[in-house]
Design a protein around this ligand. Sequence first.
Ligand SMILES: Nc1ncnc2c1ncn2[C@@H]1O[C@H](COP(=O)(O)OS(=O)(=O)O)[C@@H](OP(=O)(O)O)[C@H]1O
Ligand SMILES: Nc1ncnc2c1ncn2[C@@H]1O[C@H](COP(=O)(O)OP(=O)(O)O)[C@@H](O)[C@H]1O
Length: 187
Amino acid sequence: MSAPNDTPAAWQGGTVWLTGLPSAGKTTIAVGLAERLRSGGHRVQVLDGDEVRAALSAELGFSKEDRDTNVRRIGYVAGLLAEHGVTVLVPVIAPYALSRAAVRDLHAARGVPYIEVHVATPVEICADRDVKSLYARQAAGEISGLTGADDPYEVPVDPELRVHTQHQTVAESVRRVSALLTARGLS
Ligand SMILES: Nc1ncnc2c1ncn2[C@@H]1O[C@H](COP(=O)(O)OS(=O)(=O)O)[C@@H](OP(=O)(O)O)[C@H]1O
Ligand SMILES: Nc1ncnc2c1ncn2[C@@H]1O[C@H](COP(=O)(O)OP(=O)(O)O)[C@@H](O)[C@H]1O
């Protein structure tokens, strides 16, 4: 891959993992941030949970073990891309601390920047937004094992950033993550 002519030859790549409950705002922030970074000349890849599951992890469900495998696979791909100058945005729940730590360690071992953003929207707000009607379906007994409802979410203890979307516009949330990337030399 070569950089566009009017941009620096090699941006520093890195992975930004947006972890949080369903409907927290992970995808919305990733898409807004991707647009902003691309307009600044960065090469950006969004590894969206649903899309990557279909392509890489179609056989996996939502057990602890399957989520762990899913997160580690995505982390591996993100690390490869980031190593080659891509800014990788990962809006994936990643509910378990251990698998998040494994992804962080993998990046550290490769010397690739890694930023964890906790999209810390409270479950009541997420359930109210319910973008994909998952909370309603869980409440109606149609599905079970929904993160934040009847499945665990281990809150990140020490993320690089916590975003409280219930108090912000989408643009504000995107700006906060973007500011962190700038502070870390990634944009
Ligand atoms: N039981 C259950 N729990 C959580 N999420 C569910 C479930 N069933 C389907 N979905 C949909 O799948 C998306 C989550 O996939 P992820 O790959 O991000 O999850 S994980 O990190 O492997 O836990 C998630 O996407 P987001 O809403 O964008 O987070 C859901 O749309
Ligand atoms: N500050 C904010 N940041 C991100 N999303 C927000 C914010 N405020 C409201 N929202 C809304 O919350 C919803 C989040 O949905 P989505 O991004 O698909 O969540 P997730 O990917 O975490 O499941 C969208 O409808 C979005 O417009």
